[in-house]
Design a protein around this ligand. Structure first.
Ligand SMILES: *[C@@H]1O[C@H](CO)[C@@H](O)[C@H](O)[C@H]1NC(C)=O
Ligand SMILES: *[C@@H]1O[C@H](CO)[C@@H](O)[C@H](O)[C@H]1NC(C)=O
Ligand SMILES: *[C@@H]1O[C@H](CO)[C@@H](O)[C@H](O)[C@H]1NC(C)=O
Ligand SMILES: *[C@@H]1O[C@H](CO)[C@@H](O)[C@H](O)[C@H]1NC(C)=O
Length: 957
């Protein structure tokens, strides 16, 4: 019973792949990643696996690509992907007139860009993409005189509109480039686009025109010098019918009624800002309003029928903004701060200055939603508000330093929320460790990761790829480490100075180090130290033993693959780090040593004032450091004893750190699994959500590997015994504080999912009652998904399945519930129902094509479903190729997502012979290579560890 329930969340690489999309999207979302380009790094790691349906709908269809046959080159500036340095935009006056009602789908606009040209040149260059330019004029800013335009053309490979003048401009001329243009609101949901929704009160469809630019789609809405370092002031005019509301970064300044009855609303001029931060919307939204303590107007905008769902966001936004203002000491630079819920949105949210835009479900929240939804709404608001300091007034000079925006916003989400009263008992900084830090330590332990500050970021494709988990999560982890060794007060002082110094400007990483250097004073080299963390891939593992009162430590690069080979000299620091070696003890002494990268061998650190007879030393206090520690066997034993005798002698982040290091060292063959597993003996006493979250992530990989092995029964018993006391303490009720509610959802997965009878009885009896009530019985919000999933897997036959299917099809079901139902439907154990479900997925009249891959992943992530999907895909391969085309990158991920957890030679042969039969992989080429490599690694892992773990289980369960 319940066997497969958990599999869903653990079994398959599918989910890992979906998960890496989630991680990337999840983070990218916040900043506005468009296509969630994800690095391979997270994919092959034991990243914590989020059980539950994963929202892959964040993916937007790729924009049609303009075919570029081998781009010609030449000396002229348009052959360069970067703009020449001698164009300095100063001001834009942009007018936009969108046509979005009914089936209209276009816009027309004009822009006057004031540009200082600092070098002689006959050319002006400006970015455009998917825009038709209908008029080009150039005037002298000072005299207003026309400059004669000799020629204009677009250079599509680098997305430029090129203007050639009859006479060269002299250096230091200020010109105004006037352009009229036309565009479509219907090319993907980035740039300037149309969004629609159905007003539930009237049943009528409504539409709006809205924008989303970051990083390189501003040029799709208006011609601009589209690089973050080229800040300018903006004056925006929107032309609209009087019944619509025009919104932009600033407040409306004036409006005029045109002869045709339309209104032209002009907004106040903005302070200098980057092109991607401009935002404009014409909509029929309603709003809620409140004010911060110093009088800043905050509004939540949403479709009028659901505006009441914005109450929580309003309170969170006001409180969180007040915290940032107080912590930074910098007043908000704009006259108001709006947040808008957009029905169609490509990412989670984007920090548009003064008017933040969100995917609807990331901003709206009602009591009928889960606690984790509430936390995710509050978190994304905090993330975007952090950008009001890191990103909007102080912007990365170029996308290679985007961590200065996103790493900061990610870290400060947790830091701010941890200190705001309404989120006080959410333990956000502890959650930061179990979520962000642990996840990133896993993601950065493979060769295919990359340095936080990357070189060679040039094309839009390179830029999009920067919005990945390294930028967000490693950036944030590094800041957490810096605050750890600088101390909170100095950290705050340095950051405040940095924000003041670069307000309305851009900054690079070295300028951040310089501000920290001033605060740290001589004697500590900030840049030299920190660059070992941000300018090379990966992180170290410290090998540590204690002799008397001396800690003896050496460092190595940590990689999962012990046999991985790489060239040390490709990193300027030869993969060595300056490590802040902090410690804590059971007798509550804390301290910090610096372990220098230049010391090749062992370093000795003497603990003075610690009575070693009574104290057990643990390194990396609070897991503030971005590294792992491997202790001597003797120390591991002592640490395990501390946990068993009185685990609260270490704080929960230290406990989570010990578990995470032990399991990952074991995975990397640097520690025996018996040692790692022994660390879990005390878990019956563990009450902390964040420790459980870390452990659950680490158990997932083993569960996945053992799923069809004889040891599986014993493994399941071990996990359900481990979780049973906590399951009993929490109970199958939706009660307790915020963290209990989050923890219960995890613990139910470790109970029901591993065959805990009481848990399954609870889930199935509530499921049956719910079915009998025709779905009207209100299930406890935080238990609902688990009840439906385990109910379906335990008792779901044809009738239950069809009932759930009807709910999925109901037009009143929200998008996020639909995704839940697709997930739940994959949990029946009835084979023919699963096969029929696969066919439904392929039938566009039943399930939209965009969800085909999602459903396949859901089904394949189940033990029973996996072979069905694998067979079906092989049998229907040619049809699939016909439907999707080999160049579709999601199609390319399909097979890897099905087979990635296979761990036998037999399965590997099955996969490779299929690949041999269809050698043309198209966009799936890399995915196939990775899948084969991962399967081989799984096989090796099984050979090395299966018996050890089996033995441990036999004598310990
Ligand atoms: C741009 O011009 C092309 C060619 O004339 C036309 O096909 C296209 O529809 C135009 N696009 C817009 C948005 O006006
Ligand atoms: C135009 O401006 C006036 C005053 O500035 C304001 O009361 C009115 O609501 C505006 N009209 C529109 C359609 O925005
Ligand atoms: C841009 O706006 C700022 C005030 O927000 C002003 O001080 C500055 O002069 C403006 N710059 C230009 C080039 O207009
Ligand atoms: C506005 O904030 C105040 C103070 O926190 C609160 O009492 C009031 O209920 C809020 N109003 C709205 C409309 O949310």
């Amino acid at each position: 019973m319940g066997k497969d329930g958990f599999h869903v969340s653990t079994r398959n690489a599918v989910i890992i792949i979906v998960l890496f999309v989630l991680i990337c999207v999840g983070v990218g979302l916040m900043a506005g990643l468009i296509r969630a380009p994800c690095p391979t790094i997270v994919q092959v790691t034991p990243a914590p696996i989020t059980a539950g349906p994963v929202d892959t709908t964040t993916e937007t269809p790729s924009l049609p690509q303009e075919t570029t046959t081998a781009a010609p080159t030449g000396p002229e500036p348009w052959y360069q992907v970067r703009l020449p340095k001698y164009f300095i935009p100063q001001h834009y006056h942009l007018t936009q007139f969108p046509h979005f009602e009914g089936n209209q789908n276009s816009f027309e606009g004009n822009v006057s860009v004031r540009i200082l040209v600092t070098q002689d040149t006959p050319y002006l260059l400006i970015h455009i993409n998917y825009l038709n330019i209908t008029m080009t004029r150039v005037t002298d800013y000072d005299t207003g005189a026309e400059k004669v335009v000799k020629n204009t053309f677009s250079h599509t490979p680098n997305q430029y509109w090129v203007v050639e003048l009859s006479e060269s401009l002299a250096a230091n001329t200020v010109v105004v480039l006037h352009l009229s243009f036309e565009g479509s609101l219907d090319i993907g949901i980035v740039g300037f686009y149309k969004s629609t929704y159905t007003d539930s009160r009237t049943g009528l469809q409504r539409s709006l025109a809205t924008t989303k630019f970051q990083p390189t789609s501003a040029r799709k809405a208006y011609p601009c010098l589209d690089e973050p370092g080229l800040k300018a002031n903006f004056t925006m005019t929107l032309i609209h019918k009087s019944e619509y509301t025009p919104l932009s970064n600033m407040l409306p300044e004036r409006n005029e009624t045109r002869p045709d009855g339309l209104i032209a609303t002009t907004f106040q001029e903005s302070p200098p800002m980057s092109t991607y931060l401009l935002v404009f919307i014409v909509c029929d939204f309603a709003y809620l309003e409140n004010f911060t303590s110093d009088g800043l107007r905050v509004r939540i905008y949403a479709p009028p029928d659901r505006i009441e769902q914005g109450r929580f966001a309003l309170e969170a936004a006001v409180k969180t903004h007040e915290w940032f203002q107080q912590w930074t000491g910098i007043p908000f630079q704009l006259p108001k701060l709006d947040h808008a819920a957009i029905p169609d949105y490509p990412s989670g949210a984007t920090e548009h200055w003064g008017l933040i835009t969100y995917r609807e479900q990331r901003l709206l929240y009602t009591e009928s939603q889960s606690t984790s939804s509430k936390q995710s709404v509050a978190s994304i608001i905090a993330h975007e508000l952090a950008h009001n300091y890191w990103g909007n007034p102080v912007t990365c000079d170029w996308w290679d330093d985007i961590w200065l925006n996103e790493g900061f916003a990610t870290y400060f989400t947790s830091k701010a929320m941890a200190e705001i009263d309404i989120f006080q008992d959410w333990a956000m900084l502890d959650q930061f460790v179990s979520g962000t830090v642990h996840r990133m330590l896993a993601g950065d332990a493979v060769l295919s990761s990359h340095p936080l500050v990357k070189t060679d970021v040039n094309t839009p494709n390179d830029i999009n790829q920067m919005f990945d988990s390294v930028t967000y999560s490693k950036g944030a982890s590094v800041l957490n480490m810096i605050e750890g060794f600088m101390g909170a007060a100095k950290f705050q002082e340095a950051i405040r100075n940095f924000l003041k110094e670069y307000e309305f400007k851009t900054a690079i990483t070295e300028q951040l180090w310089a501000e920290m250097q001033k605060v740290m004073g001589p004697g500590f080299n900030v840049s030299g130290t920190m660059n070992t963390w941000v300018r090379q891939t990966g992180y170290p593992v410290l090998n540590v033993r204690v002799e008397g009162n001396t800690i003896i430590a050496s460092q190595d690069r940590f990689l999962y693959d012990k046999n991985a080979t790489y060239d040390e000299t490709e990193s300027p620091y030869r993969y060595r780090w300056d490590v802040p070696l902090s410690f804590t003890t059971t007798t509550r002494e804390n301290g910090l040593f610096w372990m220098n990268r230049t010391n090749e061998g062992e370093s000795n650190f003497v603990l003075t004032g610690v009575n070693m007879a009574n104290a057990v030393v643990k390194l990396n206090r609070g897991n503030k450091g971005f590294y792992r520690v491997n202790y001597s066997d003797e120390m591991w034993t002592k640490l395990a004893d501390v946990l068993s005798s009185n685990h609260t002698r270490y704080q929960n982040t230290d406990r989570g750190n010990l578990l995470d290091d032990a399991f990952n060292l074991a995975r990397a063959s640097s520690l025996g699994y018996d040692t790692a597993l022994s660390m879990t003996r005390y878990m019956s006493a563990e009450e902390s959500f964040v420790v459980w979250r870390t452990l659950r992530s680490n158990l997932d990989y083993i569960t996945t590997m053992f799923a069809s092995r004889s040891t599986y029964g014993l493994w399941r018993k071990y996990v359900r015994n481990l979780s049973a006391p906590t399951m009993e303490r929490l109970g199958f009720v939706d009660a307790g504080n915020h963290l209990d509610k989050l923890n219960r959802a995890d613990i139910i997965r470790l109970s029901c999912g591993y065959g805990n009878d009481a848990c399954l009885m609870n889930a199935t009896s509530m499921f049956i009652d719910w079915i009998e009530s025709g779905g009207t019985l209100a299930l406890p919000v935080n238990l609902r998904l688990n009840i439906l999933v385990y109910g379906m897997s335990e008792t779901g036959g044809e009738e239950e399945w069809d009932f759930m299917w009807q709910l999925y099809q109901n037009p009143n079901t929200t998008a996020s519930d639909k995704l839940n139902y697709l997930y739940i439907l994959s949990h029946t154990k009835v084979t023919w129902l699963l096969n029929r479900y696969i066919e439904y997925a392929f039938d566009e009249s039943k399930i939209p094509q965009q969800d085909f891959f999602t459903v396949m992943r859901y089904i394949a992530s189940d033990d029973i479903g996996n072979p069905l999907v694998w067979d079906w895909v092989r049998e229907n391969w040619e049809n699939l190729v016909k439907r999707f085309g080999l160049e579709d990158r999601y199609f390319g991920q399909l097979i890897p997502s099905i087979v990635q957890d296979y761990n036998t030679k037999f399965k590997l042969d099955e996969v490779t012979s299929f690949f041999a039969k269809y050698p043309d992989a198209g966009a799936g080429e890399q995915g196939r290579l990775r899948a084969v490599e991962t399967m081989k690694a799984n096989i090796a892992w099984m050979e090395n560890n299966e018996q050890i773990i089996a033995n441990w289980l036999t004598s310990n369960v």
